[in-house]
Ligand binder design. Sequence first.
Ligand code: SF4
Length: 66
Amino acid sequence: MRATVDGDLCIGCGLCAEICPEVFIMNDEAIAEVIADPVPSEAAEKAREAAASCPVEAITIDEQAD
Ligand code: SF4
C-alpha cells in the first residue's frame, strides 16, 4: 500500500499525523507529508482511517502499490 498527500489540498489540520504518526508527519510549512513509503502493513488500517478522516480528501491510498 502507498499513501500520498496532495500538498495543494492539505489545510494543515494535523488529523492524519494524529491518527497515524507512523505514516504522516506535519512538515515545517504545516503540510502533511508521508514518511513511510510503502506503508508498513501494521500501519495500514490507521493509514486508511487517516485518509477517510481528512476533511479535504487530500490523502490518496493505493491499495495495489507495494
Ligand atoms: S488530515 Fe488532510 S488536511 Fe489534515 S493535515 Fe492530513 S492531509 Fe492535511
